[in-house]
Ligand binder design. Structure first.
Ligand code: BG6
Length: 287
C-alpha cells in the first residue's frame, strides 16, 4: 500500500488522515496540532478518544495527544488562565507533509507568537511539532526562544492511551522512581513495583528513565513509550467521580484509557535562554 495524506473534517475543524504501509494516523493540523489516532496495521488504536469529545475552535479535545505548552497544569503564576497552557487550543500552521522513500509520512506544524499568545505569555518563541508516522509514531516538540528574555517551560505530550480494561493494565518502568502525588498535596513518594490502577491516579514521576511500557492484559498487548529531552512522566486516570464530572468524558470511559504523558514538569521544568532551544521527543509503538 502506498503512503498518502488526505484532508477532511472533524466537526468544524480541518483534519488530516495519514496512511502508510505500516499504520494510519489522524490529526487536526491547524487545531492544537492535535493527534487523534494512531493505528498500527493489524492493531486497534493505540490512542483513546472520548466519544463525547468536542471539535470546535478554541476548545480542547478530550483524548488523543493534546499538547500542554508553555505550562503544564497550573504551573504559571496567573490563576485566570486555563490549565495546560494555550497550545492545545491555538490555531497552528501546517507547514509540510512529506512522504519518505521508506513509506513513512512526516508532518511538520508550527505555532508563532501573536497578540493573543503575548496577552497570556509575554515571550517571543518558535514552536515546531514534527511527527513521523510509520511502524511507530514519533513526535518531537521543539521550543526556540526568539526573544531577548530567558523563559521557563513546562510541557507535556498528554497522551491518552487506549487499554482493554484499566483493571488489567500495568505501567512498567517506574519501580523505585520518586513521584509527586497531585492527590495528596504534591507529597513526594516512591513507587514500589509496577503501577496498577484501582482508583484516581494523578502523579508526576521525576528522574524517570527513557522507556516505559503499558502492559494491557485484556488486549494482550504491550505498548512501548520511549523519549528524549524529558526526565519526567505524568500518569493520570480520573476514575469514577472525576470522569462523571467531565462533560466530554463518558462515565465509564476511565476503564478504557490511561494517560502516560511525556513531560517536562515540576523538577524537570526547563529554562530556555535567548537564541536557545529545547526539544522533547516521544515515540510510541506496539512491542
Ligand atoms: C493531567 C493532570 O495531566 O491532565 C490532571 O495531571 C488533569 O490533574 C488532567 O486533571 C486533565 O486536564 P484537562 O485540563 O485536560 O481536563
Amino acid at each position: 500500500m502506498d503512503a498518502r495524506a488526505d484532508f477532511g473534517k472533524r466537526g468544524g475543524l480541518a483534519s488530516l488522515a495519514i496512511t502508510t504501509p505500516y499504520s494510519t494516523c489522524e490529526l487536526l493540523p491547524e487545531h492544537g496540532a492535535h493527534i487523534l489516532s494512531f493505528i498500527p496495521s493489524g492493531e486497534s488504536d493505540l490512542l483513546w478518544l472520548s466519544s463525547l469529545a468536542g471539535f470546535a475552535p478554541g476548545t480542547a479535545v478530550r483524548g488523543g495527544i493534546p499538547i500542554c505548552w508553555p505550562w503544564f497544569g497550573d504551573d504559571y503564576p496567573r490563576g485566570d488562565l486555563q490549565n495546560h497552557g494555550f497550545a492545545r487550543i491555538a490555531p497552528w500552521e501546517l507547514d509540510r507533509v512529506e512522504i519518505a522513500g521508506n513509506g513513512e509520512v512526516e508532518v511538520s506544524m508550527s505555532l508563532a507568537p501573536s497578540d493573543w499568545t503575548r496577552s497570556m505569555w509575554p515571550y517571543e518563541f518558535k514552536l515546531e511539532y514534527r511527527i513521523v508516522v510509520g511502524r511507530t509514531l514519533r513526535a518531537t516538540l521543539t521550543t526556540t526562544n526568539m526573544g531577548d528574555t530567558t523563559f521557563g517551560l513546562s510541557q507535556a505530550l498528554h497522551t491518552y492511551f487506549q487499554v482493554g480494561d484499566i483493571s488489567e493494565t500495568v505501567v512498567e518502568g517506574l519501580d523505585g522512581v520518586e513521584y509527586y502525588d497531585a492527590l495528596d498535596d504534591l507529597k513526594k513518594k516512591c513507587q514500589i513495583g509496577d503501577v496498577m490502577f484501582a482508583e484516581n491516579v494523578d502523579r508526576v514521576y521525576i528522574h524517570s528513565g527513557k522507556e516505559l511500557f503499558i502492559r494491557d492484559g485484556a488486549m494482550d498487548r504491550r505498548i512501548c513509550i520511549s523519549k528524549k529531552g524529558s526526565a519526567s512522566d505524568v500518569l493520570w486516570n480520573p476514575w469514577t467521580d472525576k470522569a462523571a464530572a467531565m462533560a466530554d468524558f463518558e462515565n465509564d470511559g476511565y476503564k478504557r484509557m490511561v494517560c502516560v504523558e511525556t513531560t517536562n514538569a515540576l523538577d524537570d521544568k526547563r529554562t530556555v535562554a535567548p537564541g536557545d532551544f529545547h526539544a522533547m521527543t516521544m515515540e510510541i509503538g506496539v512491542v
